[in-house]
Design a protein. Structure first.
Length: 714
């Protein structure tokens, strides 16, 4: 409404100016004719004339009306070069900034909602190189300034950046015009001001910073490479360091396209996902779910059985699951695929040379045209006083546990902490989970977190939110975490074992990144461009080492890009795109997501409509005794285009796949609704969400007529 009022006001203002014929008076001939009068007026009231001139100039540019060039000439003609340049420079910048803000206020939300993907890319580009592009656009007179103002308003460029880059970029052109204005008498027409040579010089000046920036990055890469001697021949087309999710896929792709590929793994094939991450955690969750179901067997008409948990047997099962999956990632399988697997520790000696200390002790040196770093991440251990006194657990060593902790304290409310906290509680530990934020799973929407928290509390997890861990204290066999609660009071939280799950940090040290100058600032992941190239154009990286999403499928997605770019980048390179990357947290209820959720949409100022379908109403969920959770779909207002989905409930990680496919291939709610889903399945929840959306968008007018038609037919 505010926007409509403002737009109407602007339109009326422009119409009024038009009607009064003010713009018609702004001609080169009029300016020449009235120069003497204007000069006399300026001499009589210099400040008033300057102020009036400034106001008119700002008005013209802010409203994107034609006449700014002539006003600039007038500036020189009336005020001379010095004062004229100063006035015009500030007036034009202020006017341009206002025009940019008008466009932002009126159009940005609308454009962002309709073209969210394009706008995300544009904003990312503006964040990286916006100042350079704006500067080039300001200097190259081929682009009308009012268009630049309007387009920049659609982006997320900071107002201050827009201001200073515009003022600097327009200064030269402004000076030329103001100077020409001082020579008004000699000019026959405005066309005399800009010669082809001058335009060419401006264009060159405009693209110079961009070229300089591109050149600088090429220079930096060349300089980085130049320090090293490039081998004449290579032992491999591609060398991959790390055989986790990222490394295995990189090596697989290289072998599939018949490249010679060496894969080095120092520890266990399969990396974190197989050995300490996804696989063991999901196997643990399965046992925990069964224990939970046994406890509640009476809900299904069976005698309820408090489970006798043989924790060592649970752990044995986990290791047998790992064993069952191991062949998929094994040395034998990859050797069979044509990958040269070497078990040992790799260390970069140069951008092309790697030293491998084999597990047998033998040291080898190999060269490769390109390298993919897929060395993963490890648990982040906070600098918590007293932590060293307790034999704390992380996701790395948890799987060696043979005895169930009676009291387990889980530090951290992220996905890993939550999955493990619930699993241990279900297996009979008394779990206390400490989170410094106001809720667990903070990346998800409030309603998703709330539902998970409700289940945690119902199952007996002692959730301590807004608790900041301060120190660990030990007294004989007693140990506790001291934390400060919401009120700032210190509380003691006793435990038998402590599980640290406060995040994961990339593995960056000990394999040559320091020597090659590749170490990022502390706390950051390894720097790459969108093609996943590091500072050295032939060294690529993927997976948890680079982030931003630390998931197995994200690592695989990146690995495809890294290896294809490494092997075929001289022909075509592929930029990695995370637009439709889904993820799930395997708590009960599961929480799965793709695209935007409400909190992200609000943060990014994207308008949306939310349609929620409650799974508590779904036939199959009721039959299964799992009637809880919801499907929440965000769509473009008034359209069926899907912006994002949050799914909470049983099998959410599986159900989300339909939405991922729909979003990836541009299918909307109408198509989902028109797709046959098997009855009775959980996937019907997706269709019913689409049905809810359709109902909310039913054409009421048509339905009223239809009702009349049917009544008439009775
Ligand atoms: C408890 C837990 C549960 C998880 N659950 C899920 C889940 O359900 N779904 C999901 O998608 N993701 C999950 N993840 C995340 C997932 O495990 C990671 O995102 C994934 O393993 C990252 O793969 P990567 O290839 O980047 O690294 P990694 O799997 O860590 O592999 C890196 C490998 O590099 C090797 N290496 C390092 N340095 C060298 C060197 N110098 N020389 C030779 N080898 C080296 C390491 O030994 C390691 O094997 C979970 C993680 C944890 C911890």
């Amino acid at each position: 409404m505010k926007k409509l009022v403002f737009l109407s006001f602007l339109v009326l203002l422009v119409l009024l100016i038009w009607q009064l014929g003010w713009l018609d008076a702004l001609t080169f001939e009029n300016l020449k004719r009235q120069q003497a009068e204007l000069l006399a007026w300026r001499d009589a009231q210099p400040l008033l004339v300057s102020g009036f001139y400034l106001l008119v100039y700002v008005g013209i540019t802010a409203l994107s009306l034609p006449g700014a060039a002539l006003m600039t000439l007038a500036g020189g003609a009336i005020f001379g070069l010095g004062w004229g340049l100063l006035l015009v420079s500030f007036a034009s910048t202020l006017g341009a900034t206002l025009a940019m803000l008008v466009s932002r206020f009126l159009l940005r939300d609308w454009v962002k909602t309709r073209f969210s993907k394009t706008m995300q890319k544009l904003d990312a580009g503006i964040e990286r190189e916006g100042a350079f592009y704006l500067f080039a656009l300001r200097l190259v007179p081929a682009f009308p300034f009012f268009v630049i103002n309007l387009v920049m308003g659609l982006t997320r460029m900071k107002v201050w950046t827009f201001w200073w880059v515009s003022q600097l970029g327009m200064l030269l052109g402004t000076a030329v015009y103001v100077n020409a204005g001082t020579q008004l008498a000699q000019l026959q027409s405005p066309a005399d001001i800009l010669s082809i040579q001058l335009l060419g010089a401006f264009a060159l000046l405009g693209v110079f910073p961009l070229l300089a920036r591109k050149g600088l990055s090429v220079f930096k890469s060349r300089q980085a490479l130049g320090r090293w001697k490039k081998p004449q021949h290579f032992d491999a087309n591609l060398l991959v360091i790390g055989a986790g999710s990222g490394g295995l896929v990189s090596a697989y792709i290289a072998a599939a396209v018949k490249a010679r590929v060496i894969l080095v793994e120092k520890h266990q094939m399969g990396g974190d996902c197989l050995n300490t991450g996804c696989v063991p955690s999901k196997a643990l969750i399965r046992s925990a779910r069964l224990a939970h179901e046994m406890r509640h067997a009476d809900h299904f008409g069976l005698e309820k059985q408090p489970p006798e948990v043989d924790f060592a047997a649970v752990m044995d099962r986990i290791h047998s699951v790992i064993k069952a999956i191991e062949p998929h990632d094994s040395v034998e399988r990859f050797t069979g695929l044509g990958v040269d697997v070497r078990q040992g520790t790799a260390r970069l000696l140069s951008p092309w040379e790697v030293e491998i200390t084999l597990n047998t002790g033998e040291i080898q040196r190999v060269t490769a045209r390109s390298i993919v770093l897929a060395t993963g991440a490890e648990p982040l251990v906070p600098d918590l006083p007293g932590l060293e006194q307790v034999d704390y657990l992380t996701s790395d060593n948890l799987w060696q546990l043979r005895e169930r902790p009676e009291r387990l304290l889980v530090l951290g409310g992220g996905p890993i902490g939550c999955e493990l906290a619930q699993a241990f509680q279900r297996l009979g530990s008394q779990v206390t989970q400490v989170e410094r934020g106001a809720r667990i799973l903070p990346r998800e929407d409030q309603d998703a977190s709330q539902l998970v928290m409700q289940y945690f509390r119902d199952e007996g997890v002692d959730l301590r939110l807004e608790h900041q861990a301060l120190r660990i204290e030990v007294d004989g066999k007693q140990r506790w975490l001291v934390a400060s609660d919401k009120a700032g009071e210190e509380v003691q939280l006793p435990f038998d074992r402590l599980l640290v799950a406060v995040g994961r940090k990339p593995r960056l040290t000990g394999y040559g990144l320091e020597e090659l100058g590749l170490l990022p600032d502390s706390g950051k992941t390894l720097d790459t461009n969108t093609y996943l190239q590091t500072l050295y154009p032939n060294i690529y990286a993927c997976g948890d080492l680079v982030g931003p999403y630390q998931f197995t499928h994200a690592a695989s997605h990146q690995a495809w890009h890294a290896s294809v770019n490494a092997l075929f980048g001289q022909f075509k390179r592929f930029a990695v795109d995370y637009s439709f990357l889904p993820w799930a947290t395997f708590t009960d209820p599961e929480v799965a997501r793709v695209g935007l959720n409400e909190q992200d949409a609000r943060e990014q100022g994207i308008q949306y409509e939310a349609t929620t379908y409650g799974i508590d109403d779904l036939d199959r969920a009721l039959a299964d005794g799992q009637a809880y959770g919801f499907v929440k779909v965000l769509t473009v207002p008034g359209k069926d285009k899907i912006l994002g989905v949050t799914l909470v409930g049983p099998h959410a990680g599986d159900l989300i796949a339909e939405f991922v496919l729909a979003m990836k291939h541009g299918l909307g709610m109408n198509q989902l609704l028109g797709t046959i889903h098997i009855y009775p399945t959980m996937t019907e929840a997706n269709k019913f969400a689409a049905g809810h959306w359709k109902k909310a968008h039913a054409p009421e007018g048509v339905l009223r007529w239809l009702k009349k038609y049917h009544q008439w037919r009775l």
